[in-house]
Write a protein that binds this ligand. Structure first.
Ligand code: COA
Length: 445
């Protein structure tokens, strides 16, 4: 059986940053710890005036192709996942291919291009499409380029404004991958929900509190579905669990729920019973409310046990380091979480080859997907080639007034002229509008 998975990853962050505790919180009259401790966020990445989903995606893809020594003929598909598209017909992948053709020899005329939409889960769905295409033997030895790119901006004053972000993750999906092999087994939790949507509008309508409940409900359903095909999951078998991370505080809730589920009827539940009692079982309660209250009590106790804290520090915390500095990248978020875990392992000298990840993706509207990944031999070299630390350090630190200008520049309903905050070097930039109202791009040396 051919092994298929992620062969390479590149990340491009928006070149500006909004410091949440020091710049955003004071203007909003909030305690900075709401951001750093409550949500788990320190900075949001923001796009400079010449950046958008195309430039960030193309810049990440260019770097990936150069590093892997690829030319356009090596790529048989380009799928872009985004929830920030500006064109309802022409897919973002065509704009990105056009950019790449400005700098690479050859063209992508024989590559299948598309755009995937299902809120934040679309990046994972694009990986799925690439996986299936390769497994079906239709790839003619070529690889797929999957690009998750978003400018995750909320209307000013919306509670979601605290969780914004902008950036792109480009991934090469191929046979015999260097980073991770994907499992065939998958689980889904999917339902028609109205938690977060953009009905023909740029900024989302969000019911934030409800979206958190829906995330947890769908994730739980996906885990049960995954276990129905892959067998029971056990915390000791999984090295990292990268979740979709709109903000680290969300993952704190998902991880606790996941741990309770995974440890039920295991020796861990028995060992914890001395401290907490056994997990409440629905059949032992007269009403759903009484059962829920007992569950809440159990979870409150569980999260303070040494056993859980150790597990969380080992398995979940390493997935959150990038998110806390970059914000929500929507379709890219879960892929940042995976990268963050692998990066932490590389930095701490941890061996990972053959280890297992359980990846929990989520998109509002709503759908969760869970699959497993096995880390491959080349993971460390790939992760060490990333430049995300340098990119983060170089970001321009916005004042609150400058942040508002940047937000307005990227607001499709406003027309304002703002000077760029950083100088583009060796990258694609937005270069104005064409005769059919298309966005145009050029490469700047
Ligand atoms: N110190 C420590 N923690 C603090 C704090 C402080 N001074 N002030 C607040 N907090 C905690 C809160 O207790 C809360 O944590 P909890 O949920 O564990 O109780 C967290 O910080 C957020 O505070 P809250 O008052 O709930 O924030 P909010 O009402 O402004 O909204 C969201 C939070 C997530 C609903 C909002 O940011 C949003 O709508 N985001 C977009 C939607 C989203 O990302 N949904 C997730 C699923 S995809």
């Amino acid at each position: 059986m051919t092994s298929v998975g992620i062969d390479a990853i590149e990340i491009w962050t928006g070149k500006l940053r909004l410091d949440l505790p020091n710049t955003f919180a004071p203007v909003k009259g909030d305690d900075p710890e709401k951001y750093t401790k409550g949500l788990g966020l320190h900075n949001s990445s923001m796009p400079d005036v010449y950046e958008d989903i195309v430039t960030m995606g193309a810049n990440a893809a260019k770097r990936l192709m150069e590093r892997k020594g690829l030319s356009p003929q090596d790529i048989g598909r380009i799928d872009v996942a985004t929830e920030s598209a500006f064109d309802n017909s022409k897919p973002v992948s065509t704009y990105i291919a056009g950019c790449l053709e400005q700098v690479f020899e050859g063209d992508f005329h024989h590559a299948n291009k598309g755009e995937r939409k299902f809120a934040c889960v679309a990046g994972t769905q694009s990986i799925d499409d690439a996986y299936n295409w390769i497994k079906a033997g239709r790839n003619r030895g070529r690889a797929a380029l999957v690009i998750a790119t978003d400018t995750a901006l909320y209307a000013r004053g919306d509670p979601g404004e605290a969780t914004q972000g902008a950036g792109a993750v480009a991934m090469l999906i191929s046979e015999d991958p260097s980073v991770v092999e994907l499992s065939t087994e998958q689980g889904y939790g999917s339902a028609d929900e109205t938690d977060f949507l953009k009905p023909n509008q740029q900024f989302p309508s969000v019911d934030g509190k409800r979206s958190m409940k829906v995330y947890l409900a769908r994730m739980r359903e996906a885990l049960e579905d995954y276990e129905s095909v892959a067998g029971r999951t056990h915390p000791d078998d999984i090295t990292y669990i990268p979740f979709h991370t709109p903000f680290p505080g969300m993952v704190r809730k998902a991880a606790l729920l996941g741990y309770r589920h995974m440890t039920r009827d295991t020796e861990i539940e028995e060992e914890l019973a001395a401290e907490l009692g056994r997990q409440p079982r629905e059949e032992d309660f007269d009403s759903w409310d009484a059962y829920e209250e007992a569950i809440r009590g159990y979870m409150d106790g569980l999260k303070d046990t040494d056993r859980y804290r150790d597990w969380y520090a080992r398995t979940i915390e390493p997935t959150l380091t990038l998110s806390g500095q970059l914000g929500n990248w929507y379709t890219g978020s879960v892929h940042l979480a995976r990268t963050s875990a692998l990066k932490t392992a590389a930095e701490t000298g941890k061996g990972l080859t053959g280890e297992k990840l359980l990846v929990g993706s989520y998109g509002s509207g709503a759908q969760a997907e869970i699959h497993a990944e096995t880390v491959q031999e080349g993971w460390k070299e790939e992760i060490e080639a990333l430049t995300i630390d340098e990119q983060m350090a170089r970001r321009y630190d916005l004042s609150f007034d400058e942040y508002e200008q940047v937000h307005d520049v990227h607001n499709h309903d406003k027309e304002i002229d703002v000077e760029e905050f950083t100088q583009p070097v060796g990258e694609f930039v937005f270069a104005g509008w064409g005769r059919m109202n298309e966005r145009k791009y050029e490469y700047v040396d």
